[in-house]
Design a protein around this ligand. Sequence first.
Ligand SMILES: C[S@@+](CC[C@H](N)C(=O)[O-])C[C@H]1O[C@@H](n2cnc3c(N)ncnc32)[C@H](O)[C@@H]1O
Length: 217
Amino acid sequence: MRGASISWPEIERERSRLLKDQNEVPMLDLGAGSQSKARTVAEIAQSALKRPRHARALAGLASYLETAVVLELGTCLGITTAYLGKHATSVTTIEGNPALAGHAEDIWRRLNVQNVTSIVGDFDDVLPSLPPLQYDLIFIDGNHRGAALMRYVNELAPCLSEKGVIVCDDIHWSRDMEAAWDELIQENRWSLRVDFYEWGLLTANPSLAREFHRIRF
Ligand SMILES: C[S@@+](CC[C@H](N)C(=O)[O-])C[C@H]1O[C@@H](n2cnc3c(N)ncnc32)[C@H](O)[C@@H]1O
């Protein structure tokens, strides 16, 4: 991955600001995350966002694939969305917690990221009514439950462009997620499948051989 050559200090300055922000955000029970009623922005920034190295790797992947159209499930505070926005033509991102989506919008404004469309709602409600686009990169980073991951991949696979990839975050987060990942990589519809530990990548790109790899980075 080309993450090493990617650097967005202005995004990291926003992350640093979030890590000091003691304002509370009301939490909703949407997925397999926190069950608490409220958390500080700083706590959320510390625990839920992709670390800089992984956000850079994802942006590197988008850049390598010459990704135009991106879909992200799980905006949170919008930091990874900002990285993706810098390397894609357009990003659609979905978040179930309106308070978090509001913070993210504010961050993109400050970063002058103008190619992001934010949709607020539960993934299950939003996915059936997505605009009929072909996505080059779909990043699934929310509701880390095995059954939900299977459902999202099944629903989104027909929306992939010919060479498009799905990146499933946290495939080793729980036994349940590992079982779903193991099932997904057996499916015949995928050609290349890669376990990057932090996330799993699936593509049906017909010009690639049907292979499975494990790569730690
Ligand atoms: C791990 S965070 C996303 C982090 C973000 N992609 C980043 O790296 O900057 C997951 C987000 O998904 C949202 N989420 C979880 N389950 C959801 C669901 N069923 N519908 C909509 N949003 C959901 C949570 O509110 C949370 O903000």
